[in-house]
Design a protein around this ligand. Structure first.
Ligand code: GUN
Ligand code: FE
Length: 439
């Protein structure tokens, strides 16, 4: 099962074969999909692996996540700004030690594999070695990862600050070392407007001018206190997004996490610049940030991908992230002035946001996110009957769409039976950090 178009606008957004086959070439790319009988009979020399009763779909794409925050998921009691000071900054301090960073990178990538996430757009820390550690670990798995060194030169503890000059030089060296090195891609990563001076955002804009095909990745309009603070720090700006726009940071391959409190003109501006938003429901609920207006983003034509935002997000599971996204949209309807204008989030749209939709948001739909011939064969084998409750409930799920909805509601890493990268099966050994083997 995979998507070929956005379910919000297309009558036939997906392809599904009850008894289907995915043919992968020796180059790790998709050669064909279709009915199993046709594919197998016309490729008699191919090795056949039988996953009857399972669902094969493209690997999930996490459009926003912080690998250094893996060890602080579920930190109690605070909203964004206090949470950063109390938990996040002390945790990120440890990543000056590359050996430490490597250990966490291994655990992080194991969690992605376990949850069927085959690509992620990832925050490192301010330390360039944190990004080397992640890319090196991703490279041993041949995994498509987009990541960057955090740029932050104010409003955080001194041990977590760089300067405009060092952030430019360190980011540039990382771009030269990693961007398009194997499957790695680089993202220029100012943390968010409050932790960068105008001088540093100028340097971020300069990097994007010099390297137009790298990504830009930051946070935007997550929390009301944060938005007020941005207005104090940049008093002449016309709102939060305008700060980034004025430094040339909004364009294709620019990804803004959250966008919970965007104004209408800001949605219009994001669409106009072809920027994307990462919708991070578990994080927005956990930190009490607010409810992202997916329907409005869609109306304005803004690209959206689904993000976990671990460690403010509470799960690495794309399925559980869809589960919470559905509930956020339910609350939108409950609080709408005119509830009749609000539609529930369909299962098709939810899976789209974690696969082809995210790939489009990341300008990677010619490489990942669907089983288009020639795409990289990153895929997962899902067991819709992985738990007793799933099995029990699935008996009443008749259509593929029903099954997908039950799976996102009840499923998690237990339902992800196998994860493949470029046609190679990955295995993760439970209970060991870095206990990772190729099959
Ligand atoms: N805004 C700035 N930094 C962060 C972070 O680490 N997590 C989240 N959720 N928002 C941020
Ligand atoms: Fe985040």
């Amino acid at each position: 099962m995979h998507f070929v178009a956005d379910p919000a606008t297309s009558q036939n957004p997906y392809e599904y074969y009850e008894d289907g086959a995915l043919l992968v070439g020796s180059d790790g790319k998709v050669k064909a999909i279709g009915p199993a009988s046709t594919i197998i009979s016309s490729n008699y020399q191919a090795q056949v692996i039988d996953y009857s009763g399972r669902l094969i779909m493209p690997g999930f794409i996490d459009s926003h996540v912080h690998y250094p925050q893996t060890e602080m998921i579920g930190s109690f009691g605070q909203q964004l700004l206090e949470w950063l000071n109390t938990y996040t900054f002390p945790t990120e301090k440890q990543f000056s030690d590359k050996t430490y960073a490597k250990g966490v990178a291994k655990t992080f990538l194991n969690e992605l594999m376990r949850n069927g996430t085959t690509t992620a757009l990832v925050f490192g820390t301010v330390h360039p070695q944190s990004v080397d550690a992640l890319f090196e670990e991703a490279q041993t798995r041949n995994m498509r990862i987009i990541a960057g060194k955090v740029m932050m030169d104010r409003n955080a503890p001194s041990w977590l600050l760089d300067t405009p000059a060092t952030s430019y030089a360190d980011s540039k060296a990382l771009i030269q070392r990693w961007h398009k090195n194997g499957r790695a891609l680089y993202a220029v990563t100012p943390r968010f407007a409050p932790t960068s001076t105008a001088a540093q955002l100028t340097e971020a804009g300069r990097l994007l001018q010099e390297y137009p095909d790298v990504y830009m990745h930051t946070h935007l309009s997550e929390n009301k206190g944060e938005i007020a603070w941005v207005q104090e720090l940049f008093p002449s700006s016309n709102g939060y997004l305008d700060v980034y726009n004025s430094f040339g940071l909004s364009r294709k391959r620019s990804v803004y996490a959250h966008g919970v409190h965007l104004r209408d003109d800001e949605f219009a501006s994001l669409a106009q610049t072809q920027s994307a938003v990462a919708f991070c429901p578990t994080s927005n609920l956990f930190l009490g940030s607010g409810l992202f207006d997916l329907q409005k983003a869609e109306d304005y034509g803004v690209h959206v991908g689904l993000g976990t935002d671990v460690g403010a997000g509470t799960s690495f599971s794309a399925l559980q992230t869809m589960n919470e996204a559905y509930k956020v949209i339910q609350l939108h309807k409950a609080y709408a002035e005119d509830p009749s204008t609000r539609e529930p989030l369909t299962a098709l749209k939810a899976y789209y946001l974690a696969t082809l939709g995210a790939a489009k948001a990341l300008d990677l739909d010619n490489k990942i996110g669907s089983f288009k011939v020639g795409n990289e064969a990153d895929f997962i084998v899902v067991n819709p009957n992985a738990t007793d409750l799933l099995k029990f409930r699935m008996q009443r799920a008749t259509s593929i769409v029903d099954k997908l909805f039950v799976l996102q509601t009840l499923g998690d890493d237990r339902a992800i039976e196998k994860t493949y990268l470029m046609g190679k099966r990955q295995t993760v050994t439970t209970g060991t950090t870095g206990g990772y083997n190729y099959d």
